[in-house]
Write a protein that binds this ligand. Structure first.
Ligand code: ZN
Ligand code: ZN
Length: 308
């Protein structure tokens, strides 16, 4: 557990030399070699080891921020990382077969394939730290429905705000905070204090016109379709939060184990349909195959050739 050079405890990023000695860092290894006048001849698998170690450390340090920064469908972002790691593991399949039985580097490479599998489990179980947004709405998401005279009432509310000296305010919210999919009095804030202030301002004017105003907690759809909906909407799929249409699309989450087995059986037996899937002749093929791959991962089924 301790670096052979500086005697400090090493972590996951340790590095080994050709004899299998462990160092906390590359610097420590170099200093130790110099101080003790050691040099090893090129050793089998050394480059492979160093490259895999680098890839592992990069993934370890970067996977979470990669996902937090992702602007694509988050389940897709997870899938991409999983598949990147799959191919990294597959590239070192020989070391898995021999269980690392060929010197210290081979052993470490084998260990990395196991560590990568553990990392995959963490990534697969990851769900975003959901940011709460504050949605001020006069119609609770009914697509701008302020009643029959919706447009007229909305104009009156805006006019009243202008007259009351809130010209800048109304310009700012309509320009920057309008709900991406809902017209009228539907504004999204990411700051509670600002939202409360705006709510107070709007409330007095809305009351006057008999418009019911509410402020609800909201989240973004995790397929990154831009939709934002109430935080307590029951639109979770496998722990992910989706808008209604993304949930309806049926592309997300995983199949139950029975459904998966049924699909695998069906496409193994039906050559014509299988060809459609393999050549992705229809639009649904691509997302369907992704869901099959995700389901196989979840239920530890061998991935059928047609789903690759
Ligand atoms: Zn050290
Ligand atoms: Zn969506």
């Amino acid at each position: 557990m301790f670096c052979i050079h500086c005697k400090k405890e090493y972590d996951e990023k340790y590095i080994i030399d050709a004899k299998g000695n462990r160092y906390c860092s590359e610097d420590c290894m170099e200093q130790y070699m110099e101080a003790n006048d050691i040099s090893f001849p090129p050793y089998p698998y050394e480059d492979t080891y160093l490259m895999l170690r680098n890839s592992y450390i990069e993934l370890l340090d970067g996977w979470e921020s990669t996902l937090n920064r992702a602007t694509i469908d988050l389940e897709d972002a997870v899938d991409e990382l999983m598949e990147e790691i799959d191919s990294l593991i597959e590239d070192h399949y020989d070391f898995i077969l021999s269980e690392g039985d060929d010197g210290p580097y081979a052993w470490e490479i084998y260990q990395y394939t196991n560590k990568l599998k553990e990392l995959q489990q963490r990534i697969f179980a990851w769900r975003p730290n959901r940011k709460t947004l504050y949605w001020i709405t006069s119609d609770h998401g009914n697509y701008g429905d302020l009643g029959e005279a919706g447009e007229e009432v909305y104009q009156k509310i805006c006019t009243d705000l202008y007259l009351a000296g809130y010209e800048e305010f109304i310009l700012y919210v309509t320009e920057h905070l309008q709900h991406p999919y809902h017209w009228g009095l539907n504004y999204i804030f990411d700051n509670l204090e600002m939202a409360q202030e705006a709510y107070e301002v709007l409330l007095t004017v809305c009351d006057k016109h008999g418009v019911d105003l509410r402020m609800v907690n909201a989240h973004k759809c995790e397929a990154h379709c831009r939709d934002i909906l109430e935080a307590d909407a029951d639109t979770y799929v496998n722990g992910w939060f989706y808008c209604y249409s993304c949930k309806e699309s049926d592309h997300h989450g995983v199949y139950s184990v029975d459904e998966l087995d049924e699909w695998i059986r069906y496409y193994n037996e039906n050559e014509t349909d299988r060809q459609i899937l393999i050549h992705e002749r229809e639009e649904w093929c691509f997302p369907f195959k992704k869901k099959i791959r995700r389901s196989c991962r979840t239920w530890e089924r061998e991935l059928p050739e047609w789903a690759i």
